[in-house]
Design a protein around this ligand. Structure first.
Ligand code: NI
Length: 213
């Protein structure tokens, strides 16, 4: 399949898989991450075809959406079905595997340029105004409360414990979102993260001012 045709077919496939998602991992998240990843990828001189394909497929096997019972390896099966060479399909899957945040104390930094680009794009969409909206949507979809002053944030050093957390959504700002700015791996990622980070600080400031009357 030609690259352009493959990208369009993949876009349609991903739309059909993520249709109806209300946890902040819907098609529009993929759309924004794809745009950000292409923008950052261009400035870093990354392979834009690999970046775009990985961006399109980066969430369809995510543990947050698939759980233990859902179909596994959808991205790989799709790429093979499209006739992509094994080494390219594996490369895309490795990038996707490296994208996810796995806990405050779990090192997910990488030397792979395309993975750095996609990680930054995905993490930028987790912070700022859009990130705040997505965080509460995700918390609601998993039955989490908004805030409970009796439950302190926890800096997870282990991916399994991070996955099991049922803490209120405000804790997620301290367990993940406010840490992302310093984990950006590209120049453009760092610049964009600064603005989004300060917006979250303003939001939290206002939230606690109102909470405490
Ligand atoms: Ni994502």
């Amino acid at each position: 399949m030609e690259n352009e045709i493959l990208l369009t077919a993949t876009e349609n496939f991903v739309k059909s898989v993520l249709e109806g998602d209300s946890s902040g991992h819907d098609w529009w998240h993929i759309h924004r991450v794809r745009k950000l990843a292409l923008m950052i990828g261009k400035s870093e001189g990354a392979d834009l075809f690999i970046v775009e394909l990985a961006a399109l497929l980066h969430d369809i096997d995510d543990w947050k959406l698939v759980g233990n019972e859902g179909e596994q390896e959808k991205a790989k099966k799709w790429l093979i079905k499209c006739g992509l060479k094994d080494n390219v399909a594996n490369r895309i899957c490795e990038i996707i595997e490296g994208v996810s945040f796995k806990g405050a104390g779990v090192n997910t930094s990488t030397n792979d340029l395309e993975c750095k680009v996609l990680q930054d794009a995905d993490r930028l969409d987790a912070i700022g105004a859009v990130g705040i909206a997505r965080t509460f949507a995700y918390g609601g979809s998993r039955g989490r409360g908004i805030y409970d002053p009796g439950i302190a944030p926890e800096l997870h050093t282990d991916f399994e414990n991070y996955k099991k957390s049922t803490a209120p959504t405000i804790n997620h700002f301290y367990e993940k979102l406010l840490l992302l700015k310093d984990q950006m791996q590209t120049t453009m990622g760092r610049t964009l993260a600064e603005q989004r980070h300060s917006f979250m600080l303003r939001f939290l400031d206002q939230f606690f001012t109102e909470w405490n009357c």
